[in-house]
Design a protein around this ligand. Structure first.
Ligand SMILES: Cc1cc2nc3c(=O)[nH]c(=O)nc-3n(C[C@H](O)[C@H](O)[C@H](O)COP(=O)(O)O)c2cc1C
Length: 208
């Protein structure tokens, strides 16, 4: 006797072959990998959080544009005690910024904890200025406070001239459970350039 379920299975198999679905889809690939087209497609429609620490406003400008383009949520990482203007003086050993950046790697300045439903985001764009070659320690405080384990996090920076690689490597090695993607330095990027950057990462641009 013909089993009615068999024809459905056969139909589904045929559809899979015809559409290519299920082909080259690595089972254990981390969510949202951006090395190939298949993985990029996974992150395109995700809910975007743009989390940003900014001391003098440069990184915040890029973060705001990215938030608009993705129709995401902008969250400003704020230290409980704000950094005073004196921290702008580079290589002044008496400043808090200097002490934190050159102190133990485990330094975690307290931050305000006001991000709600942090686990509801699929993609996190994480912005910060480079401080003495690295990410400011408040960025680590943020990552300690909200677990983004298994989530796609893409760092972006602004700086005087330093690139992102050292900061990104330290973040990667400190939080290996996060699905880190290669980030970029976004000083002085136009909205059109930021749009292209997002698209290159497979992130859907919703606002034209
Ligand atoms: C404490 C401190 C350390 C900095 N260290 C670096 C650095 O190592 N390399 C660099 O290129 N810029 C450095 N800068 C410059 C900032 O990264 C740059 O001005 C950045 O765009 C500021 O971003 P913001 O306005 O969002 O705070 C430093 C700035 C400060 C205040």
């Amino acid at each position: 006797m013909k089993h009615p379920g068999l024809s459905i299975v056969a139909l589904l198999s045929l559809l899979t072959v015809l559409t290519g679905c299920g082909k080259e889809q690595p089972v254990d690939e981390p969510q949202g990998g951006l090395q190939g087209g298949q993985e990029e497609a996974q992150v395109q429609d995700g809910k975007v959080l743009v989390a940003c620490f900014s001391f003098t406003g440069t990184t915040k400008t890029a973060a705001s544009t990215l938030t608009g383009l993705t129709e995401g949520t902008l969250y400003l990482i704020e230290p409980e005690t704000p950094y005073g203007k004196e921290n702008s003086t580079y290589y002044d050993e008496s400043t808090r910024a200097y002490k934190e950046q050159y102190g133990p790697a485990s330094t975690r300045p307290a931050i305000k904890k006001s991000l709600e439903e942090a686990d509801g985001y699929d993609i996190v764009l994480l912005g910060f200025p480079i401080w003495y070659g690295k990410a400011p320690r408040v960025v680590f405080s943020f990552l300690d406070n909200y677990s983004f384990k298994g989530k796609t996090v893409i760092p972006f920076i602004t700086s005087g001239s330093t690139g992102i690689s050292s900061a990104a490597s330290e973040l990667k090695s400190t939080y290996p459970g996060i699905n880190w993607k290669t980030g970029d330095r976004l000083n002085d990027k136009t909205s059109a350039q930021l749009k292209s950057w997002l698209e290159s990462l497979g992130i859907k641009v919703k606002q034209k």
